[in-house]
Design a protein around this ligand. Structure first.
Ligand code: AMP
Length: 491
C-alpha cells in the first residue's frame, strides 16, 4: 500500500514541468526550506503558511540570491517566483535602518499589490519590517508619509517610482537589491526609458535581479548593461490553453482536504470565490465550517427553492457574499461576470466539467485563478487534465501544522443586500431607489449604493456594509416615489 502510494507520488512529481529535468532536479537538491540560510522567524512564517517544499524556481534561485548573485529567473506567474525573490530580500533587511533597502519594480498596480500582499504574508511575524507600494492612482502624500515612517522594501510601478526618485522623495543610498518582476512585460509596455532612468539613479553596488517569462533581446541588453555576472535559472511551462487562468493543484490525502482548503483560502486572496464539491453533504459541511470561520458564505445545492437560490445569487453578485459552495448541478445556471477564484474541492468527473468550472474565472481579459485539490490516487485524472490543457499544473503540497488564518477580505462582505417589496410592476426604476437613499436627512452617499436589481414585484439593492443600517432605516421609514414599501435584509 505504502509502496503503491509512493510510486504514484513520484509519477505525479515527474509530471511537474518536464518529467526528466524535474527528476534530475530533485536528485540534485533537497527542496526543504529548512536547508536555506533563513532566519528562524522567516522559516516560522513559511511554516505558518503551510509551505512544505520549495517550488523549483525557489529551490533554484533562493540560494543564489542569498549568496548575493545577480540573477535572471525565467518563470511564470504561479510558479512561486514572488517568494523566490522576496524571501532573500527579507532575510537581508537591516531592521535597524529605516531606509529603503530593496526596490521591486513591476508593470502594473495590480501586480504591485499582489507582490505587496505576498511579502506581507511572510513578514507578518517579523518585527520592524515595513513594506510599501509606490504606484500611480493613489495619493502621493500617503506614500510620502510611509516613506518618512521608514519603509525598507518598496514595490513600485516604473512611472511613480521615477517621479519620486527625481523629486528626491526616496532616499536610495542604502538600496542593496533591485528586482524587475515581469521584466519582459515591463519593457513591452513601453517602460524601457523609465526603467533605465531608475537604474541609473540607484547605487552601482547592488544586487540586480530580473524575473521574466521570456528572454527577448531587450532584456538581454538590459542584463548586459546593468547586471554583473548574472546567474540564469529557468523553469518554464508550456503555453496554456486557458492563458488568463492560473491553475494550481494541491495534493492532499482525503482527511486533509478541508484543512488544505482553508490554507488555499488563506493563500489565494480573492473577493469572490466559488467552491465546487461533488456531493451535497460536502457542500453543507464546508459551508458550515466556513461560517464558523466567519466567512461571508452560502451554500448552493439542488434542494434549495428557486427563490432562495435567486437570493443567494443576487447576494453573491452584489458582493454581500464572498464565497459560494456549490455542486455542479446547482451551479449550472450561475451567471456571474467575473469570479476571482474557482476551487475544485473535488476533481470533477470529466475534463469538460473541469473546463466549464474554471471558465467562470479569468473572463473579460481579467486574470483568473483555479485551484484544485486531488489525492495521490487521482493521478490518472490529473494526467488527463494536464494532457487536455497542454500543460502541467503548478503543484503544491502543504504542511498542515497550526491553524489557517482566513483572509479578512472573505470575512468582510463589501455590501449588504436589502429587499424592497416593490418592483417593475409598481413602476419603480433604479433612480427612484437611489433618490430615496440619497435624500436628506440622513442621506446615503451615491458611492455607497451598489447593484440594484429590479424584478416584477420586488427589488434588491446592495449598499455598503458600513451604511447598511442607515439605508434600511431610510427605506423602511421614507417613501419611494410617493409610496411606502416594506424593506428587509436578505439573509
Ligand atoms: P507566484 O508565482 O509568486 O504568483 O505564487 C503563486 C502562489 O503560490 C501564491 O499564492 C503563493 O502563496 C503560493 N506559493 C509560493 N510558494 C509556495 C510553496 N513553496 N508552497 C506552497 N505554496 C506556495
Amino acid at each position: 500500500m505504502q509502496m503503491q502510494r509512493l510510486t504514484i507520488h513520484i509519477k505525479l512529481l515527474q509530471n511537474m514541468f518536464d518529467g526528466k529535468s524535474y527528476l534530475n532536479y530533485i536528485n540534485k537538491m533537497d527542496s526543504s526550506f529548512k536547508l536555506l540560510k533563513l532566519s528562524p522567524e522567516i522559516l516560522a512564517a513559511i511554516q505558518n503558511l503551510g509551505y512544505s517544499k520549495m517550488t523549483p524556481i525557489q529551490a533554484a534561485s533562493i540560494p543564489l540570491l542569498l549568496e548575493g548573485h545577480d540573477l535572471v529567473g525565467r518563470s511564470q506567474t504561479g510558479s512561486g517566483k514572488t517568494a523566490a525573490f522576496a524571501l532573500p530580500i527579507l532575510q537581508k533587511i537591516h531592521k535597524a535602518d529605516k531606509t529603503p533597502q530593496a526596490l521591486i519594480l513591476a508593470p502594473t498596480r495590480e501586480l504591485c499589490e499582489q507582490i505587496l500582499q505576498e511579502i506581507r504574508k511572510f513578514s507578518k511575524g517579523l518585527k520592524n519590517i515595513q513594506v510599501m507600494a509606490l504606484v500611480g492612482g493613489q495619493s502621493s502624500s500617503a506614500q510620502i508619509k510611509s516613506l518618512e515612517m521608514g519603509a525598507q522594501i518598496i514595490v513600485g510601478t516604473p512611472g511613480r517610482t521615477l517621479e519620486f526618485l527625481r523629486a528626491r522623495l526616496v532616499e536610495v543610498d542604502d538600496l542593496k537589491t533591485l528586482v524587475l518582476d515581469e521584466a519582459d512585460r515591463m519593457l513591452d509596455e513601453g517602460f524601457t526609458e523609465e526603467v533605465t532612468q531608475i537604474i541609473e539613479l540607484l547605487p552601482t553596488k547592488r544586487q540586480t535581479v530580473f524575473f521574466s517569462a521570456t528572454f527577448p533581446e531587450s532584456i538581454e541588453q538590459l542584463s548586459l548593461k546593468y547586471q554583473k555576472n548574472p546567474k540564469t535559472v529557468s523553469v518554464l511551462q508550456e503555453k496554456t490553453s486557458a492563458p488568463m487562468i492560473e491553475q494550481f493543484l494541491y495534493i492532499a490525502e482525503k482527511p486533509e482536504k478541508i484543512d488544505t482548503l482553508m490554507r488555499i483560502l488563506q493563500q489565494h486572496p480573492a473577493n469572490s470565490v466559488l467552491i465546487f464539491c461533488r456531493t451535497k453533504a460536502s457542500v453543507a459541511e464546508i459551508n458550515e465550517l466556513l461560517l464558523e470561520a466567519k466567512v461571508a458564505t452560502s451554500a448552493l445545492h439542488g434542494d434549495l427553492e428557486q427563490v432562495q437560490r435567486d437570493q443567494t445569487m443576487a447576494r453573491f453578485r452584489s458582493g454581500s457574499l464572498r464565497v459560494l459552495v456549490a455542486t455542479d448541478v446547482a451551479a449550472r445556471g450561475i451567471d456571474i461576470d467575473h469570479l476571482e477564484l474557482v476551487i475544485n474541492f473535488d476533481l470533477p468527473s470529466t475534463t469538460d466539467i473541469y473546463l466549464h468550472r474554471i471558465g467562470r474565472t479569468g473572463r473579460a481579459g481579467k486574470k483568473g485563478v483555479a485551484v484544485s485539490i486531488a489525492d495521490a490516487f487521482e493521478a490518472t485524472k490529473v494526467e488527463e487534465l494536464e494532457r487536455v490543457m497542454g500543460k502541467p499544473f503548478n503543484r503544491f503540497e502543504l504542511n498542515l501544522k497550526g491553524k489557517a488564518v482566513i483572509a479578512k477580505t472573505l470575512q468582510q462582505p463589501k455590501m449588504k443586500m436589502i429587499y424592497i417589496s416593490g418592483g417593475r410592476k409598481d413602476k419603480l426604476r433604479p433612480g427612484d431607489v437611489i433618490g430615496t437613499l440619497t435624500s436628506q436627512p440622513n442621506a446615503i452617499a451615491a458611492t455607497d449604493i451598489g447593484k440594484i436589481e429590479l424584478h416584477d414585484t420586488f427589488t434588491y439593492v446592495a449598499v455598503s456594509f458600513a451604511v447598511a443600517g442607515k439605508a434600511l432605516q431610510k427605506l423602511t421609514t421614507s417613501k419611494i416615489k410617493g409610496h411606502k414599501y416594506k424593506a428587509s435584509y436578505i439573509k
